[in-house]
Design a protein. Structure first.
Length: 317
């Protein structure tokens, strides 16, 4: 089992440390996990990071759950209803605004290599355009415009067209991870802090998470193991869905713009490196943000699954 951060009152553990402490293994004890107090799960679902896979498994379990929770009102309603499992595209900032006490909930999430997550997201929106009809009409005029611009710019290979995608990158890539996982006040403080100060601020927020799984390290399975242990659910017979998209857009197609935006997302870069347990202090010298960004880019390039993926023919509009 790969390693993944788990935070509790004693600090951060690895998931396999937790398994050893409780003498528990999901494949051996699935279905027979019971505790004196059933805990509750808050799943902060970052888009295109295996969340649909996890969520579809839980939907098949007979528990009180709330899905597709994406704003403060929906989050408050789900907590008030005492749902055992709450999942959706809400962000940490929403948790700071709910009046309800969510201290009984264990906050979990999954993260993914930003290159892969962004390209998957962009491909997903091209797929929306291809499907058309009612599915497309569910999305705002803004997103329809962004989808069309993405498609047209890449299909026609016009460099000038890529410049028009600034807003798309801002929404889907620029500080995307930090914006979802950190409270807004922390994000703003980190932006103006030194790397060492930023690192400590991020650590404080990570203590709020029970588990942060990394998709490339088997994080989806690890998250399901944790949900199974906390809620006593047997996922052995689950038939999960995967929200996958055809690979229309390659890394090479948006290389320069994506690299530039990634390099400017220094808080997300530091957050990602810390979750992966990557060292950021170089030769024991106070690291600069440039140092963090360079190390992050090395990790992204090494672990991106899109680097050598074949590209399908883009759909006609």
């Amino acid at each position: 089992m790969g390693s993944v951060l788990i935070s509790d009152a004693n600090g951060c553990w690895l998931l396999n440390d937790l398994v050893r402490k409780h003498s528990w293994h999901p494949k051996l004890n699935a279905g027979s996990v019971h505790s004196t107090q059933i805990m509750a799960i808050l799943f902060l679902h970052i888009p295109k990071a295996a969340g649909t896979y996890v969520d579809s498994c839980v939907r098949q379990a007979n528990i009180r759950s709330a899905h597709e929770v994406s704003n403060v009102n929906a989050l408050s309603a789900a907590i008030n209803a005492k749902s055992s499992y709450i999942a959706g595209h809400f962000v940490f900032e929403h948790l700071t605004k709910v009046a309800e006490d969510w201290s009984d909930y264990k906050l979990v999430t999954l993260i993914r290599n930003p290159i892969d997550r962004f390209l998957s997201d962009a491909n997903y929106h091209v797929e929306i355009l291809k499907r058309g009809g009612d599915f497309l009409r569910k999305h705002s005029d803004y997103w329809q415009k962004m989808i069309c611009m993405t498609h047209a710019a890449i299909r026609q290979s016009q460099p000038d067209g890529l410049v028009e995608l600034d807003h798309l990158h801002d929404i889907m890539l620029n500080e995307y991870l930090a914006m979802r996982m950190l409270p807004q006040s922390t994000l703003e403080l980190v932006k103006s802090s030194s790397v060492s100060e930023a690192s400590m601020l991020i650590d404080e927020t990570l203590k709020s998470y029970k588990l942060v799984g990394v998709v490339e390290k088997g994080g989806a399975g690890q998250l399901l193991d944790t949900v199974s242990m906390e809620l006593g659910i047997d996922f052995a017979d689950s038939k999960p869905n995967r929200n996958s998209s055809v690979n229309y857009i390659s890394w090479a197609s948006i290389d320069a713009k994506t690299v530039s935006t990634l390099r400017s997302s220094r808080v997300s870069n530091l957050l990602y490196l810390k979750i992966l347990g990557e060292p950021i202090d170089g030769d024991h010298v106070e690291p600069s943000w440039d140092h963090v960004n360079r190390r992050a880019m090395d990790v992204y390039m090494q672990t991106s699954a899109y680097m050598n993926k074949p590209v399908e023919k883009l759909p006609d509009i």
